[in-house]
Design a protein around this ligand. Structure first.
Ligand SMILES: C[S@@+](CC[C@H](N)C(=O)[O-])C[C@H]1O[C@@H](n2cnc3c(N)ncnc32)[C@H](O)[C@@H]1O
Length: 334
């Protein structure tokens, strides 16, 4: 019998590829291959892994183009694998390490519960939301922040080409994580000042990123909750990958907190995905499922963002797409 023809496709077994890439990212294999091909035994010694099992992981990943197997059980980076290097310009390494972490994919393992009940799978499995769980676990919190930095670096350049931030004097990034997106804005606009706002345990990890980007002297760092108050004084406020984490009522609460801090006429920039039309945008449709499963939010259409913004005292100005999945929903404090 032709086993190949009978085997489930990689789309059906996609979680196996995700998990294999997660292990490669967690072991830092791409960084170890950055200077050229190495034997799997050598990589096993460097990572403390089991030689035969690591070889089997590497050859499986080579079969889907993440690495290339050469003679003598030696492996090299492919362009795909190169993107897992921690210092790759648009590294997906942080995201790959995060998304396969057992606590996170256990929540995905309860997708059926979410679909049957409409309830959030993460809370069903862990008894709490991801923000509370990570606030108690510094390693997982830092890994999540690296994943967000990874995603921000993938889209920042394209978003800054699509939308001109140059007219603003002070940009407040609300829920800005470790500051990767704000650092990119400030690096592009040398006269601009920034305020990075996020939960205290998150912004406490932002210093080295802002220093490395050369913008720390123009960026104030403030810890707090966007359900309570956000810093005043910006002429632009950014909410990037925030509203999709929350259901509508919480989004309106967050937006109203921002509105209270903003002067009339100040600009709010919601950087998110557009949900997209039926049968298209699998990245958005699966990100929407990811929101159902993990934080308990949803991806939205421009009309849905406009309705949220207007419910919170903003006038929706329009959506600017970029060459990546992220676009800018702009509004003015009415
Ligand atoms: C999906 S991440 C996006 C991070 C960043 N804006 C980016 O795009 O890379 C959501 C962010 O919301 C922050 N967050 C969650 N609850 C918060 C709260 N109550 N107050 C402030 N920030 C919060 C998290 O710490 C996290 O950094």
């Amino acid at each position: 019998m032709d086993q190949g023809a009978q085997a489930p496709s990689l789309a059906v077994n996609g979680y196996q590829v995700t998990q294999a890439i997660h292990v490669a990212a967690t072991l830092g294999l791409a960084d170890l291959l950055a200077d050229g091909p190495r034997a799997s035994d050598d990589l096993a010694a460097a990572t403390g892994a089991h030689s035969d099992a690591l070889y089997r992981l590497l050859r499986a990943l080579a079969s889907v183009g993440v690495f290339r197997e050469e003679d003598g059980h030696r492996f090299a980076l492919t362009p795909l694998g190169d993107g897992l290097r921690s210092d790759a310009p648009e590294s997906v390494g942080g995201w790959a390490a995060f998304v396969g972490d057992p606590y996170y994919w256990q929540a995905w393992g309860a997708l059926l519960h979410s679909v049957r009940t409409g309830e959030n799978a993460f809370r069903h499995v862990h008894g709490t939301d991801p923000w509370t769980l990570r606030a108690r676990d510094p390693d997982r919190s830092a890994a999540f922040d690296r994943a967000m930095t990874s995603l921000s670096r993938q889209v920042a350049a394209a978003v800054l080409v699509a939308y001109d931030f140059g007219r603003f004097e002070t940009v407040v990034d609300v829920g800005g994580g470790n500051g990767a997106f704000l650092a990119a804005i400030l690096a592009k606009h040398a006269a601009m000042r920034g305020v990075l706002f996020d939960q205290p345990h998150v912004v406490s990890g932002a210093g080295s990123l802002l220093e490395a980007a050369g913008v720390a002297d123009r960026c104030e760092v403030v810890g707090g909750s966007f359900f309570d108050a956000v810093p005043r004084g910006g002429d632009a406020y950014v909410l990037k990958a925030i509203l999709h984490d929350w259901e509508d009522a919480d989004c309106v609460r967050i937006l109203r907190t921002c509105r209270r801090a903003m002067a009339d006429g100040a600009t709010l920039l919601v950087v998110e995905r557009e949900l997209g039309p039926p049968n298209e945008h699998p990245d958005s449709k699966f990100s929407d499922l990811n929101m159902l499963v993990a934080p308990g939010g949803r991806e939205r259409s421009p009309e849905e963002y406009a309705a949220l913004l207007e419910a919170a005292g903003f006038r929706f100005l329009g959506f600017t797409p970029s060459a990546t999945w992220a676009g800018v929903f702009a509004a003015t404090a009415a």
